[in-house]
Design a binder for this molecule. Structure first.
Ligand code: FAD
Length: 548
């Protein structure tokens, strides 16, 4: 097949225009064209009166070899790469089964690929299976009853289950692992379009069913999936090899129930909210370092404001769907403010996992039909910001910093899990908000109007005050007085990295421990966490094969 990239057509082009574009591009006749399919479809909406669709097409012709020679110097006409996934190993006799801790997207793919290679993994998840977890999460949103082990962060499917289900990422992917992730999702019930639209998303309800399907597949392949099994301790032995940087190796783990499981290979896919587990790992000498992350607020506008600003008269076109945005502003005080995890037509969600602490995030359904658009507007922070005196010696200080902000937000909201909210106009003017305007905040269980200048450090408040009017220049209406800010966003990514060796993907000081996914600092979203899960499964498989 030949891959054609950057084929541009008008938004309202007739179906046959694609074929015409192929013939014109390759200078071939209709008889020479055997078939084609759309590999990717994106759009360029920089000129909203002239929105362009941009296609990547895979084309089968009767004269492929000749065409590839003729167009050898055209980098938009190349042979279609082989993107099929190839397993790196096949299990033989298994003496001790590998263990995957955490059943978020990273653990799900690590577990699935290990199972597909025949390694029969044991997957341990502290939270509940997804249907039970959904009840607990909805219970929190409706009745303010927080289950600290079963919530938006913890449970089958991981942090992204109650999300917009955006499935794109900017990670380098030379081995096409993302294709494997998307293909598995489609097999588990995701809409086929995720394979070809440039910014696919699946929404929360579809994710719930898909996660269940994938669990069933792992079990069918001989894997074991256990819920409400929090890992509280990992055991190590000294390593014999003198020259090894890794002074210790994994021998097993202990669950909260007291049960011991023997294993030499652990994928640690625990997400960014497993603060208790981070502490245990640190106390046991697993190498951890602090890393930058971002903090801020969720902003909400009516979706129609964003649609009008981005698409103009084309707003509502089904190919475009609800409009999104991506914004960044570099501030005078040296900070950068950017939009993150934008959820078109969605809701702001209560994402707490600890008592008396409040944290926000965003989600939507596949249809993206809710009234409001939301995104996190966040400020980048460094480890030196985690403490007042800039001391960076405590590698877990980022967690303390997050907790302080989450406690402040809880108190500002009235100490009932209602979120503190301020109108954008009042925030910029430094005025307390008394009541809502035209944008009704979507956060459940409820909101309290207040002054959010106390919710973040002064430099972050100053940076966001400067950035909002700057964003207005890119999206008309963005800094409108009645848009709302809901506090607080603290879990944009992990505050730590559990550093691993680049080749073996094992912890740099513990053999057999494979830090993985977002919590370890190696992913930042559903797709990249899934990709990392595949990489980890491969590294574990190769390690197990080399030892047998
Ligand atoms: P997680 O998904 O966090 O999974 C870790 C799992 O480990 C959890 O299920 C947890 O219960 C379990 N665990 C933790 N500690 C232990 C232990 N000691 N023992 C046993 N189990 C343990 N990303 C996107 O790409 N698109 C989106 O639209 C999107 N929306 C989001 C919306 C919300 C509300 C949230 C919270 C996140 C969203 N994200 C989104 C981010 C995305 O969900 C994460 O990047 C992704 O889930 C990280 O995957 P992970 O597997 O590394 O970790």
């Amino acid at each position: 097949m030949i891959r054609l990239t950057d084929i541009k057509l008008p938004l309202d082009h007739p179906e046959e225009a694609i074929e015409q574009a192929i013939l014109a591009k390759l200078l071939i006749s209709q008889e020479q064209l055997i078939s084609f399919n759309v590999f990717k479809r994106g759009y360029d909406a920089r000129r909203k009166s002239n929105i362009i669709l941009i296609y990547t097409l895979d084309v089968e012709t009767s004269n492929e070899a000749q065409l590839l020679l003729d167009f050898a110097s055209d980098n938009k006409i190349k042979q279609t790469p082989d993107m099929r996934y190839k397993f790196v190993a096949k299990a033989g006799e298994i003496s001790e089964r590998p263990v995957v801790i955490g059943l978020g997207p990273c653990g799900l793919f690590a577990g699935l690929v290990l199972a597909q290679m025949g390694f029969k993994p044991i997957i341990l998840e502290r939270g509940k299976e997804v249907r039970e977890r959904t009840k607990d999460t909805f219970g929190f949103w409706r009745k303010k009853i927080l289950n600290t082990e079963s919530n938006v962060q913890f449970g089958e499917g991981g942090a992204g289950t109650f999300s917009d289900g955006k499935l794109y990422s900017q990670v380098k992917d030379p081995k096409h692992y993302s294709r494997k992730v998307l293909n598995e999702f489609v097999e588990a019930g995701a809409p086929e379009e995720i394979l070809y639209v440039s910014k696919p998303h699946i929404g929360t309800f579809k994710l719930v069913t898909m996660v269940e399907q994938m669990r069933a597949k792992i079990i069918e392949l001989g894997g074991e999936v256990r819920f409400e099994q929090r890992v509280d301790e990992i055991h190590f032995d000294d390593v014999d090899e003198k020259n090894s940087e890794q002074k210790r190796e994994v021998t097993g783990l202990t669950l909260a129930s007291g049960e011991h499981i023997k294993t030499k290979h652990i994928a640690l896919a625990i997400g960014h909210s497993a603060r208790d587990t981070f502490k245990i790992l640190h106390e046991h000498g697993v190498f951890i370092k602090a890393k930058p992350f971002s903090v801020g607020f969720r902003i909400e506008h009516e979706q129609s404001v964003i649609d009008d600003a981005r698409f103009g008269t084309n707003a509502g076109n089904p190919i475009l769907g609800a409009a999104d945005y991506k914004l960044v502003h570099h501030c005078k005080n040296g900070r950068s403010v950017y939009s993150f995890c934008m959820c078109p037509g969605g809701t702001v969600v209560a994402a707490a996992s600890e008592e008396n602490r409040l944290v926000t995030n965003g989600m939507s359904q596949y249809s993206r039909h809710e009234r409001n658009a939301n995104s996190a507007i966040v400020v980048g922070i460094e480890p030196k910001d985690f403490t007042e005196d800039g001391d960076t010696s405590n590698v877990l200080a980022g967690i303390d910093f997050q907790r302080q902000l989450e406690e402040k937000a809880f108190k500002l909201g009235g100490a009932t899990y209602d979120a503190p909210v301020q109108l954008v106009g009042d925030f910029i003017a430094g005025r307390k908000t008394g009541e809502h305007g035209s944008v009704i905040p979507s956060y459940k269980p409820g909101v309290t109007y207040c002054d959010l200048s106390e919710a973040l450090p002064d430099y972050a408040v100053a940076a966001i005050r400067e950035a909002l009017p700057a964003f207005e220049r890119k999206i008309k209406g963005f800094s409108m007085d009645e848009a709302t800010l809901t506090a607080v966003e603290t879990r944009t990514s992990s505050p730590i990295q559990i550093t691993r060796d680049k080749e073996s993907l094992q912890s740099i000081n513990v053999k057999g421990l494979f830090p993985a996914g977002e919590g370890a600092g190696y992913a930042g979203g559903i797709l990249s966490a899934g990709i990392d899960g595949i990489k980890i499964a491969e590294a574990m498989a190769l390690s197990m094969c080399s030892e047998s």
